[in-house]
Design a protein around this ligand. Structure first.
Ligand code: TMP
Length: 209
């Protein structure tokens, strides 16, 4: 049986790294054979593209270049890691995927969503995540948390309005695809975030088996 594809999304400072670890632990405790990865990145070539994308000394990357590099990294990631794992029956947990492209390059940079949809179809065919957990919190709170982490990368140095557009786009997509999106209130204390995550994972698993 094909494995399940789970993605985690959210704006900067939503607590993705901690949540990734919570999800990994919970699924592994339940006996799921799991691969944990991230975008952009996840394979040696895609990690090189990630460095290019996050390097803030690259001040003149055009929006279309940024979009195409995201999908170039994704094509490599799918070919080398995600698809073989799913086909072998493993589950894949991915820190960000194409919902981030709709939200950052579409919502944030203002690229036409139709163009993103064309690339999505080309690179992914019919593949979409089975479950997407969206860590949602106010931009103000997110940026405050992200600010404590030190040097911002090329995306983190954008103004808060950029992240407001990204958050709105994520929430719109959650409304548009309610069958796969689950919103987690990331403004809550960690133990409550963990409870929400575990509940959604348990729900999902009860529908799979
Ligand atoms: P992160 O792994 O620390 O979240 O950094 C990845 C950055 O890349 C983050 O700012 C969001 C951005 N990004 C996009 O703009 N589009 C995408 O499709 C993906 C996967 C990430």
């Amino acid at each position: 049986m094909r494995g399940r594809f789970i993605t985690l999304e959210g704006i900067e400072g939503a607590g993705k790294s901690t949540a990734m670890e919570m999800i990994r632990q919970h699924l592994e405790q339940l006996g799921v054979d799991l691969i944990v990865t991230r975008e952009p990145g996840g394979t040696p070539v895609a990690e090189k593209i990630r460095i290019l994308l996050l390097d803030k000394s690259n001040t003149s990357i055009a929006s279309d270049t940024e979009l195409l590099l995201m999908f170039a990294a994704r094509a490599q990631h799918l070919d080398e890691l995600i698809l073989p794992a799913l086909e072998a029956g493993q589950w894949v947990l991915c820190d960000r995927f194409t919902d981030a492209t709709y939200s950052y390059q579409g919502g944030g940079r203002g690229i036409d969503k139709q163009r993103i949809a064309q690339l999505e179809q080309w690179v992914q065919g019919e593949l979409r995540p089975d479950l997407t957990l969206l860590l949602d919190l106010s931009v103000e709170q997110g940026l405050m948390r992200a600010g404590r982490r030190g040097e911002p990368d090329r995306f983190e140095q954008e103004p808060s309005l950029f992240f407001e557009r990204i958050r709105s786009c994520y929430l719109e997509r959650a409304k548009q695809y309610p069958e796969r999106f689950r919103i987690i209130d990331a403004s809550q204390p960690l133990d409550q975030v963990q409870q929400q995550i575990n509940k959604q994972l348990d729900n999902h698993l009860s529908h799979v088996s």
